[in-house]
Design a protein around this ligand. Structure first.
Ligand SMILES: Nc1ncnc2c1ncn2[C@@H]1O[C@H](COP(=O)(O)OP(=O)(O)OP(=O)(O)O)[C@@H](O)[C@H]1O
Length: 228
């Protein structure tokens, strides 16, 4: 099986600071892969390259076998909206919008009618155990609730790949486990690949496989600890 998402020898610097120095990574369809590694090693930069947010200056990024690093900004933006989902450390919800509008946003941006988009948003909120909060604003949510909302927003367009950057980084361990259970459950149900950046071993055990980034390069770890 060829990987659904892949980086080959990706190189990227920020000014004089090298972030990726020939990073290679791949994930198969439906696989959950954790990217671990020390602070500043290049994890987030790798995730941003895989997700088409950044383009490496050398090397290749492929999604479903096709180069995406050479696409223009508009094509990458469409790809992100239609095929990828995102969950970040602090939810990054839009404070002016209600919870249901936040969740519906990827559908609304893709042209789905408002009524239908909000209906699907409420379904996801229900499913993630926060039904009844659809009219709140993000400032009225706990950290765990906000991450559930972010997860609902990340999954609502049934992405092929969900990119999660420290999704539990702002949560206590119990709440973090609940969010990870929900994320893994939703991803498994929809066959969504998950690329999960975390520095927490107890979060990485949710993955099928772990890799470690050091100094801008990716090192494989022994086969996943989960289930073993
Ligand atoms: N926008 C930026 N401008 C300048 N330097 C950056 C930028 N983003 C990242 N860097 C630098 O690139 C290197 C890799 O950063 P990156 O955020 O990818 O690491 P990380 O492994 O995700 O770190 P952390 O675990 O602390 O989030 C670091 O040296 C960082 O300082």
């Amino acid at each position: 099986m060829s990987p659904i998402i892949e980086a080959r020898d990706a190189v990227l610097s920020f000014g004089e600071t090298p972030a990726l120095r020939g990073a290679s990574f791949d994930a198969d369809a439906g696989e959950i892969v954790a990217i671990m590694g020390p602070s500043g090693s290049g994890k987030t930069t790798l995730l941003h390259c895989l997700a088409g947010i950044l383009s490496p200056t050398a090397g290749e990024i492929r999604f479903e076998g096709r180069r995406i690093d050479s696409l223009g900004e508009q094509a990458r933006s469409t790809l992100r909206r239609e095929r990828f989902g995102f969950v970040f450390q602090f939810g990054q919800l839009v404070p002016e919008l209600t919870v249901e509008e936040n969740v519906a946003l990827p559908l609304l941006l893709g042209g789905v009618r408002r009524g239908e988009a909000l209906r699907q948003a409420r379904e996801w909120l229900e499913r993630l155990g926060i039904g009844g909060m659809e009219r709140r604003r993000s400032g009225e949510l706990s950290g765990g609730q906000a991450q559930r909302v972010a997860l609902a927003r990340g999954m609502i367009n049934r992405p092929r790949v969900l990119f999660a950057d420290e999704p539990t980084g702002s949560l206590d361990s119990l709440t973090g486990e609940q969010v990870m259970d929900l994320m893994v459950g939703a991803a498994r149900e929809h066959g969504t690949t998950v690329v999960l950046v975390t520095h927490e071993p107890r979060v990485a055990v949710y993955a099928d496989r772990e890799v470690v980034v050091r100094d801008g390069r990716v090192h494989a770890l022994a086969a996943g600890r989960s289930g073993s």
